[in-house]
Write a protein that binds this ligand. Structure first.
Ligand SMILES: N[C@@H](CCC(=O)N[C@@H](CS)C(=O)NCC(=O)O)C(=O)O
Length: 249
């Protein structure tokens, strides 16, 4: 059985992290049985990030490396029916989501003060309770410093809020234009791009942290419908209800 290691469900989603939501969705698209495990901690993560999996006693980090590994090992591929051209486009959109748009989301969580205060409370409630109270503040401060450094290093953190909003808006419009009236990004059948898109878009649309980027996404009806479609097709209502943790709202 594949063991998925992540943080914690919230807002009706299987995890706080878009990359963990992506992996849950990939497992379901590929019909791979898996279980969420709390046996290992962040310290065990091979890349120092979530998600990571344990499979056949091997720890693997990074959602894309995990997907590549499982596709190869288990001889499956949700993208098998795509042409080479479609595979290229699909990978380019995954990179747009994960290497660019994601950092816009991170900006609004960490650098908009009210959002960071709310998110802190969420992390305290859902994740930090397992640590002694005396070190919780230090963990949060270290996480904050690390993420803000990454945001600067990536380059997104050097832009002003209106610039970040414009960059994110263009990415969201590109996703919406490409999706058009199709049920899934590459057509009739869900593929790996849908897992990545759902991971990011559901997190942006369903979390409780207000932002102009969220407002923009919510204006794009086909992206909203896409999230509802993925949720209805790959998640049960009971799961969504069980994960509907709302903190501080
Ligand atoms: N490229 C990685 C990105 C994973 C990632 O950034 N995870 C975040 C949670 S959304 C994390 O663990 N951040 C903590 C850190 O960077 O220290 C993947 O695809 O899995």
């Amino acid at each position: 059985m594949i063991e998925l290691h992540q943080s914690s469900p919230c807002w009706g989603l299987p995890d706080l992290s878009p990359f963990c939501i992506k992996l849950h969705t990939y497992f379901r698209i590929a019909k791979l049985p898996y279980e969420v495990s709390r046996e290992l901690t962040f310290q065990d993560a091979p890349k120092g990030k979530t998600p990571f999996i344990r499979y056949n006693n091997k720890l693997i980090g990074d959602s894309n490396l995990i997907i590549d590994y499982l596709n190869k090992t288990l001889e499956i591929d949700p993208n098998e029916n795509l042409s080479h051209e479609e595979k290229g486009v699909s990978l380019a959109f995954i990179r747009l989501i994960e290497e660019n748009l994601y950092w816009g989301l991170i900006y609004y969580i960490y650098k908009v003060e009210d959002n960071w205060l709310s998110y802190r409370t969420i992390l305290e409630e859902l994740i930090l309770k397992q640590f002694p109270e005396s070190i919780r503040n230090q963990i949060l401060e270290e996480l904050y410093d690390q993420i803000v450094k990454q945001l600067w290093g990536h380059g997104m953190g050097r832009h002003s809020e209106p610039e970040i909003y414009e960059i994110g808006k263009r990415d969201l419009c590109a996703l919406s234009d490409f999706l058009g009236n199709k049920p899934f990004f590459m057509g009739e059948k869900a593929t790996t791009l849908d897992a990545a898109a759902y991971g990011f878009l559901s997190r942006l649309m369903y979390d409780s942290l207000p932002s102009s980027l969220k407002e923009e996404a919510l204006k794009l009806d086909n992206l909203q419908l896409f999230c509802e479609r993925v949720r209805a097709e790959f998640y049960t209502q009971q799961e969504t209800k069980a994960w509907n943790v709302q903190i501080g709202s």
